[in-house]
Design a protein. Sequence first.
Length: 134
Amino acid sequence: MKKSIIAIFIFIAVTAFGFWFLGRGSAPVSEQAHVQKSTHTSEDALSVIVMKDDGYIPSRITIKKGTIVYFKNQGKDDRWPASNIHPTHEIYPEFDSQKPLVPGSEWSFAFDKTGTWYFHDHLSPEITGSIIVE
């Protein structure tokens, strides 16, 4: 009898820990805003920028030339990542998804030019970010 009670207690503890661990990826908007301001440095050949309803996460990254950046739309609205200047995207014209990305979709771009590349959401140009390519 005591073994089954202990087993139930362990099961409940493990389940509670699992829910806590899975739930910590869904930060409140105030915490997301803090995360957006962080800088990510990529040592890999790829990097990910998540597009949420309130901005890019992270909004600034530093990568090496040739790195592929994946833009993943995890918001509820369409997103359209593109280089500045809005609306023409002339600074780095190749860096433009050319169409809206629906929620759940992604687009990737390989950065082959060094420099600091500012970008925005073509559909909501107040949402911005920057990519430093070394």
